[in-house]
Design a protein around this ligand. Structure first.
Ligand SMILES: Nc1ncnc2c1ncn2[C@@H]1O[C@H](COP(=O)(O)OP(=O)(O)OP(=O)(O)O)[C@@H](O)[C@H]1O
Length: 316
């Protein structure tokens, strides 16, 4: 290192050429990554390797090759690290007959807290995830959103420095989503390192601009979401509109400068628009409906789902 170069900041979570195979199936493929404090979004379609990555980081899986370090130590077979890390797993495995409060107290005891400390910690996390009112009901009666809140509370019980959250917002309603996102943002502001997985770009983007994109076990991109979006935006997006008077809509659309092409498929109701400026296009849509005097009943874009984003990034 030359004297003018700044030394690299130590990473909180680090993967060094890490691979994990399940027999013939590859879960994570030669992945290197360094993550520091704050929220990092881990994005990828189903089967991308997100859960495998989180399980490697939390010591539930051993790397087949390469190395994983969390807070400077190897997580595999290192029970001591569990005091500093918390995991909100994707799957739901709670003792159904227990109350939420009882479950969290048990988790506190398992995390090494004494009786009194576990009781206090359970009360604290119940407040954090806004589950105090339902805390004395059995878990078996909880909705999906309440279960997600309880799972997150479980990850927070020992107030860990590093948090791994596997699809924590799946199955939550908009209110829970907002509250859980605020909670995660607040925890990050206090200096924690949080890795949150999701397959929905929008969700993660609301939480953080720092994202890791994975596909088929590989790291596809890592960095600021805007830079990654720029990459995506360089490709034409196909947006489908549906309405009873598609000809009126199409007649207006062909005159827009940000529309590169308009197709009218055989189904009689839809229009497929190609644009390189999807954000601007979406903003102008209400104006289109007004000017054309024709309602738009449905809008969707296959390009919004990550599968196609990956297709662009992997096979540009
Ligand atoms: N226990 C296992 N045994 C065999 N293959 C596995 C196992 N766990 C994961 N895999 C495979 O490893 C690959 C990565 O899976 P992983 O669950 O890590 O992806 P993911 O991004 O978390 O996907 P999802 O969002 O569907 O959970 C997939 O091909 C998956 O089928």
């Amino acid at each position: 290192m030359s004297p003018t170069e700044a030394p690299e900041k130590p990473a909180v979570v680090e993967f060094r050429s890490t691979s994990k195979w399940y027999g013939q199936v590859i879960g994570v493929n030669n992945l290197s990554l360094r993550i520091g404090p704050g929220v990092t979004g881990l994005l990828g379609p189903n089967g991308a390797g997100k859960s495998t990555l989180l399980q490697l980081a939390t010591g539930q899986l051993r790397p087949s090759q390469g190395e994983v370090r969390v807070l400077g130590v190897r997580p595999w077979s290192n029970a001591g690290l569990n005091r500093y890390i918390g995991l909100c797993p994707e799957q739901d495995a709670m003792f159904e007959w227990m109350t939420g409060r009882g479950f969290l107290r048990a988790c506190g005891s398992l995390a090494g807290l004494g009786r009194k400390a576990a009781r206090q910690a359970a009360d604290r996390v119940l407040e954090q995830v806004k589950m105090t009112a339902a805390a004395d009901r059995p878990v078996r009666g909880y909705s999906k959103g309440m279960r997600q809140r309880t799972k997150l509370a479980q990850a927070l019980i020992h107030d860990p420095q590093v948090l791994f959250l596997d699809e924590p917002l799946t199955g939550t309603d908009p209110v829970a989503r907002h509250e859980l996102m605020e909670l995660v943002a607040g925890l990050a502001k206090q200096g924690r390192t949080i890795l949150v997985s999701s397959h929905v770009l929008y969700e993660v983007q609301t939480l953080t601009s720092q994202i890791v994109l994975m596909n088929r076990g590989r790291l596809v991109a890592f960095g600021d979401v805007r830079q990654i979006r720029d990459l995506i935006d360089a490709h034409p997006h196909r947006i489908v509109l549906k309405g009873p008077d598609r000809r009126a809509l199409a007649a207006k659309l062909v005159r827009w400068d940000d529309v590169e092409g308009v197709e009218l498929p055989r189904d009689e109701r839809s229009i497929v628009v190609e644009t390189r400026a999807p954000d601007r296009f979406y903003q102008r849509l209400p104006q289109l409906a007004r000017e054309a005097d024709a309602p738009i009943e449905e809008i969707y874009s296959d390009d919004d789902n990550l599968e196609s984003v990956f297709k662009y990034l992997v096979n540009p």
